[in-house]
Design a protein around this ligand. Structure first.
Ligand SMILES: [Zn+2]
Ligand SMILES: [Zn+2]
Length: 165
């Protein structure tokens, strides 16, 4: 099953019909994990985390910076970096390095998925394939190893870029 992020965003039901505010859950987890670390929630941290959870896509630090600026022009780039690291330490963020490119960040703790990356337009499509997952287990078994996790990245041309030739 593939989910293109642009489509996924458009399909979001209106706020009042969303079952339980996931974003609120994530903010609460963030606050709890900061408390465990003896850290306080600050205005900038709060804004950055909110924007990050709200956007929910494979965002770079620069893109996040631009988005946060819209709601809080006083947030500096260094704070963005520190907060991304904090979110990662709090296990709320996964860092991805597609094709050796700049780091991209997505919300952690979601269902496992792999990525397709269009080499022309840079679109990132998430997918999960049971057959592929099973195959990896079979390979591991043959090798006599235990898998803890994996990252699978497929590169090529997305449907739109293919049609454009
Ligand atoms: Zn493309
Ligand atoms: Zn993803």
């Amino acid at each position: 099953m593939a989910r293109e992020e642009t489509i996924a965003a458009a399909e979001q039901p209106p706020a009042e019909r969303r079952p339980r505010n996931k974003m609120q859950d994530r903010m609460e987890t963030f606050h709890a994990r900061m408390r465990e670390r003896g850290l306080k929630s600050t205005g900038p941290r709060e804004d950055i985390a909110r924007v990050f959870f709200e956007l929910h896509r494979h965002i770079s630090a620069e893109e996040l910076y631009a988005e946060v600026k819209k709601i809080n022009p006083h947030v500096g780039y260094a704070t963005i970096y520190r907060t991304l690291k904090l979110l990662k330490d709090c296990e709320l963020l996964s860092e991805r390095h597609f094709d050796e490119g700049q780091a991209r960040y997505e919300v952690a703790g979601e269902q496992h998925h792999d990525h397709f990356i269009c080499e022309k337009c840079g679109k990132i499509v998430e997918f999960e394939d049971e057959g592929l997952e099973r195959m990896q287990q079979a390979v591991a078994q043959k090798m006599g190893v235990t898998l803890q996790r994996h990252k699978l990245e497929l590169y090529g041309l997305c449907g739109e870029c293919r049609r454009k030739g």
